[in-house]
Design a protein around this ligand. Structure first.
Ligand SMILES: [Fe+2]
Ligand SMILES: [Fe+2]
Length: 197
């Protein structure tokens, strides 16, 4: 099926993005570029997660994050397998999105008192990361399929399933933690009221 292109107006339109000299001209190049980005992102996550684990007070949350950290380390080597399967060298390219997401995670921790409220914040930060990963792996698996790189696609889908699973686990844990975090606030409020009396 041929895709109908919209009429392109003048090239001098300032809203039009000018491509760099190294810009991808085909899907394969775009695929490899984004793979490098994701490789950097996964490595970054392995550095950010220990801090999230240290700051979690819920045993269940700390355990879930620890399990996923171990899984993430395997995902890094799996991406190396993806590179190898398409005959490319494994190269990491800074992922601005993941740099931002992990930085935001730090901000959330700084912005919350240690305890269930920070736990709720850590879950929110973790789920934003998982969703970014899900979008990335889903897209890259689809690119790989179209490119006929089936081994790469299988590997990427394997990780995609793990990311979805990690996200679901966090949702389950948040069910009780969010409620507790809300009760925590109610307690603090009543303490403030009794102090004022
Ligand atoms: Fe991952
Ligand atoms: Fe993940």
């Amino acid at each position: 099926m041929k895709i109908k292109m919209k009429n392109s107006d003048s090239k001098s339109d300032p809203k039009k993005v000018k491509a760099k000299s190294t810009a991808a001209s085909g899907l394969r190049e775009l695929f490899v570029d984004q793979l490098k980005d994701l490789y950097w992102a996964e490595k970054e996550i392995t550095k950010a997660m220990p801090k999230m684990i240290k700051n979690s007070t819920s045993e269940e949350l700390a355990q879930a994050l620890t399990n996923h950290l171990e899984e993430t380390k395997v995902q890094v080597t799996r991406l190396e397998e993806v590179f190898a399967s398409i005959g490319e060298k494994a190269v990491a390219k800074k992922c601005e999105a993941m740099a931002g997401l992990t930085k935001e995670g730090e901000e959330i921790m700084k912005g919350t008192q240690e305890g269930v409220v920070r736990d709720a914040g850590i879950i929110s930060a973790g789920q934003k990361i998982e969703h970014y990963e899900m979008a990335s792996y889903g897209t890259l698996a689809s690119f790989a399929r179209v490119l006929g790189e089936n081994e790469a696609a299988d590997l990427l889908e394997e990780t995609l399933a793990e990311e979805k699973n990690a996200d679901e686990t966090l949702t389950q844990i948040s069910d009780s933690i969010n409620v507790e975090a809300d009760e925590e606030e109610a307690e603090t409020e009543s303490q403030t009221v009794s102090q004022k009396k």
